[in-house]
Write a protein that binds this ligand. Structure first.
Ligand code: ZN
Length: 198
């Protein structure tokens, strides 16, 4: 029998069992603590707190093309309960961001859940240009963020129960803006999952 033994995605020294991404030592060091928190009156499920070293790992994944960390994120997502939904909605990024980065990190996470749980990915909302929010007050920032999300023209199938997936949730205002648009489309239940919450 062929054994699929892979190196640990973090230390690269230890070998890990098939299906696992990191060795026991690295896993302990990560100090993963799944949490349920409320932001902007929205309940969200986070696989862990945004803290060292997972914050650095997520930044490497997001800005530095370190896509091998998807193996680790798959393990993190396996530690939380995925709600029973009809579709997964990845937090959209603007076309400009997509070109600059080459991928939407939230979409890659959505694919992990989609593959494991056989739930389709649904992308009915697009994100317009993301302006810098520096120098704006809170009300201006909220208006700005709500204006970034638009329902795409020509919607085919519509889902009622969905889960939003995002990598990191800080204030929750982009989640709230996306949720508002999904509700306008007729969604009755919108769950939220993120890798890490601040
Ligand atoms: Zn390791």
């Amino acid at each position: 029998m062929h054994l699929h033994i892979q190196p640990c995605v973090l230390c690269e020294i230890e070998r890990v069992q098939y299906g696992r991404s990191v060795c026991g030592d690295c896993w302990q060091h990560l100090n993963i603590q799944p949490r349920c928190v409320t932001k902007q009156d929205i309940e969200l499920i986070a696989t862990t707190t945004y803290q060292y070293p997972i914050n650095k790992i997520i930044q490497q994944f997001k800005y530095n093309h370190q896509l091998q960390y998807l193996r680790l994120f798959k393990d993190l997502l396996a530690h939380i309960q995925i709600p029973k939904v009809q579709a997964i909605v990845a937090m959209p990024i603007s076309t400009a961001r997509l070109h600059e980065r080459g991928y939407n990190q939230a979409h890659l996470l959505a694919q992990l859940i989609s593959n494991t749980h056989k739930i389709p990915i649904w992308a009915p909302i697009e994100r317009m240009k993301e302006y810098s929010q520096k120098g704006q007050n809170r009300a201006e920032r909220l208006t700005n963020i709500h204006q970034q999300f638009k329902i795409k023209p020509k919607q085919g199938i519509k889902y009622r129960k969905v889960v939003i997936i995002d990598d990191v949730v800080t204030t929750g205002s982009s989640i709230q803006a996306l949720k508002t648009q999904l509700e306008l489309l007729g969604c009755q239940k919108v769950y939220v999952i993120c890798l890490a919450v601040v």
